[in-house]
Design a protein around this ligand. Structure first.
Ligand SMILES: Cc1ncc(COP(=O)(O)O)c(C=O)c1O
Length: 419
């Protein structure tokens, strides 16, 4: 019989929890300073919430940072992705491939608004991103586009995906909602595919409130996105430079209303805040990366759990490390379920440790009714192979070590909770 030292007794079995304080300051986000407040107040005082002049500035700065020729601010990420579907001409009879592990906005308007069929592909066990092999297997003559989600900050395998897509003339839409500022082999996620859709809602790593960004280096796509939901930007004005306005004569004929029948303009309190956030974002996510890498380095030798992170020295990064995850290997812990493992870690005072991530979309009735079901073995096991870890915003080695100790304690003493 193994005798457990008292200090190692799991909290679930009557021991003391490792983390006994909330440490809310370590996790608080976004960082709002007087500069953000002043920028937002200036918009409110000038009454320019509904204009486009500040948004235009934000777009130029954001586009330059991302490395694309055109960025278009939207009211949310869902709208940016909807514009992406319109930009590439998705319609009835077309198919859109998307990983099942994502938020519904990555694909739902493709079916609901444009009448395309959504075809789900599986994810890779280590990256939690689109599996290029399954993407290729799902291609048919009707495939028009693929949405690539850099899931929980992890850059998807863009080299493979771009090569496969090029062979079939498929438009690649990057959903960068989890990975603003993440690098893939030195290149910014969102600048590699043909179009990017980005959420900037308050919970994201790049946060402006409710906001989003459509981005592309193809003028044709940009103009179609403009036409879809930005009726006020057809012609050059004091606020819209001619080079950013509609040049396509066919589209110009529709001037005066948005052809999508929707209004996607970004609230300028958000764009004003976005301009300030962007100035500090690279330094802030560098600190997040330092903190998260430190946390995972402390857990390198712990059985059953592994970091969901890119290899150091690969030129890739996890950006703002949104929705930080760990990977779970039950076989290394005598078959202890991920749910039981997480339960014990939560008892140690780590509230965010829950099994899984998003619920795979392909089993949702909306998609089952549209024939988008099917079997995706890896995505369907998400609750057994992934779990939540603390999303540290600040590098505080002592307190980060405390959280790491909680995970280590449960893994190393897991026999106490084996059923
Ligand atoms: C992967 C992904 N895509 C798209 C969206 C939609 O963005 P928004 O909520 O800003 O509309 C979100 C999140 O909210 C997301 O997580």
């Amino acid at each position: 019989m193994t005798v457990t030292k008292n200090k190692e007794k799991l909290a679930l079995c009557g021991g003391s929890p490792v983390v006994s304080e909330s440490n809310a300051d370590l996790f608080h986000w976004p960082v709002i300073t007087q500069e953000d407040e002043n920028a937002v107040l200036a918009v409110l005082r000038a009454g320019t919430m509904s204009g486009t002049q500040i948004t235009g500035e934000f777009e130029k700065e954001f586009g330059a940072w991302l490395g694309v020729d055109f960025a278009l601010g939207t009211c949310n990420g869902t709208a940016a992705l909807q514009e992406a579907f319109f930009a590439c001409g998705l319609g009835p009879g077309d198919e859109l491939i998307v990983p099942a592990m994502t938020y519904w906005a990555s694909c739902t308007s493709a079916a609901a608004t444009f009448g395309a069929k959504v075809v789900f592909a599986d994810i890779q066990r280590e990256t939690l991103c689109l599996d290029p092999a399954d993407f290729e297997a799902k291609i048919t003559p009707r495939t028009r586009a693929v949405v690539v989600v850099h899931y929980a900050g992890y850059p998807a395998d863009m080299d493979e995906i771009m090569t496969i897509a090029a062979g079939h003339e498929i438009t690649v839409i990057e959903d960068v909602s989890h990975a603003q500022g993440a690098l893939y082999k030195g290149r910014m996620c969102g600048s590699i595919g043909h179009i990017a859709g980005i959420s900037m809602m308050a919970g994201k790593s790049f946060a402006v409130g409710e906001g989003g960004m459509f981005a592309t280096s193809r003028r044709e796509y940009y103009e179609r996105a403009l036409a879809f939901g930005h009726y006020e930007r057809w012609t050059a004005s004091r606020y819209s430079m001619a080079s950013y306005c509609m040049q396509d004569k066919k589209l110009q004929a529709y001037c005066g209303l948005p052809v999508g029948g929707v209004k996607h303009r970004m609230n300028q309190t958000c764009s004003a805040m976005g301009r300030i956030q962007l100035r500090y974002y690279p330094a802030r996510i560098a600190e997040i990366q330092k903190a998260m890498n430190y946390f995972w380095d402390l857990l390198k030798d712990v059985p059953g759990i592994r970091a969901h992170r890119v290899q150091s020295g690969s030129g890739s990064t996890m950006g703002g490390w949104y929705m930080a995850r760990g990977l779970y290997y039950a076989e290394e812990l005598d078959g202890l379920s991920c749910a039981d493992f997480c339960n014990a870690v939560r008892a140690e005072g780590v509230e965010c440790c829950n099994p899984g991530a998003n619920i795979p979309l392909h089993k949702h009735p909306f998609y089952l009714e549209r024939g988008s079901g099917g079997s995706l073995p890896v995505a369907e096991r998400i609750g057994e192979i992934a779990f939540g870890v603390p999303w540290f915003k600040h590098f505080d080695p002592e307190r980060i070590a405390l959280y790491a100790a909680a995970f280590r304690k449960v893994a190393e003493n897991h026999t106490q909770i084996l059923k």
